[in-house]
Design a protein around this ligand. Structure first.
Ligand code: PRP
Ligand code: URA
Length: 208
């Protein structure tokens, strides 16, 4: 079974209060989602492998460490896009794939409309990014797709999850570690996380 890692940090707590607040405007919401993306990246990459390289300083040669594998960020559209800049600020060499999914409002099942990944994902560490882990349907289908295209070393990076989504994702993909900031109480009858932060995509892009 993959690990479920909850990321605790006072700066992230402070930003959670901002993004949960229904009166936060679109610009501030987007900025804080991105900033949380940067802060969580520090934790989720703590165990990435490095390899030695020889570097010539102005004074002498020395051995330094660089990332051993490529990192690929795969946001689930739309809400995952909100964290990409923040993550890429911390890993500027990361490549970016995209997976477009939306939930059918009645069945809550994810509908796929776009997928484009870098050509060779089989050797990369892949960060599947979506702020919300609700039923788990979107992240499960996204990771199914990435595995079909050769992805092996996959981590899920979210902000707010709930027990239902964590259970579904970890049962469907037991090899995938799940990183979240908060595990909220439950899903409501229309598939929103309670207390959550509402519809993340709409709040990021001002569409409602
Ligand atoms: C939201 C959210 C996640 C998904 C999570 O997307 O951004 O992708 O729901 O729910 P799940 O775990 O139950 O699948 P939505 O369908 O609202 O699309 P959008 O991001 O384009 O608004
Ligand atoms: N997607 C969202 O944006 N918010 C939720 O609470 C659940 C799914």
């Amino acid at each position: 079974m993959g690990r479920v890692v909850i990321i605790n940090h006072p700066l992230i707590e402070h930003k959670m209060a901002i993004i949960r607040n229904k009166d936060t405007d679109t610009k501030t919401f987007r900025e804080n989602i991105n900033e949380i993306g940067s802060l969580v990246t520090y934790e989720i990459t703590r165990d990435l492998a490095t390899k030695p390289v020889e570097v010539q300083t102005p004074i002498a040669k020395t051995i330094c460490q660089v990332l051993a594998k490529d990192v690929v960020i795969v946001p689930i559209l739309r809400a995952g896009l909100g964290m990409v800049d923040g993550i890429q600020n911390v890993i500027p060499t990361a490549k970016i794939g995209h997976i477009g999914l939306y939930r059918d409002e009645t069945t809550l099942r994810p509908i796929e409309y776009y997928i484009k990944l870098p050509t060779d994902v089989s050797k990369a560490t892949i960060l599947v990014v979506d702020p919300m882990l609700a039923t788990g349907g979107s992240s499960i289908v996204a990771i199914d797709n990435i595995k079909e295209r050769g992805g092996k070393d996959i981590r899920f990076v979210g902000i707010v999850g709930c027990p239902e989504g964590i259970k579904a994702l970890s049962e469907a993909h037991p090899d995938v570690d799940i990183y979240l900031v908060k595990v909220d109480d439950r899903l409501n009858e229309v598939g929103y996380i309670v207390p959550g932060l509402g519809d993340c995509g709409d709040r990021l892009f001002g569409t409602k």
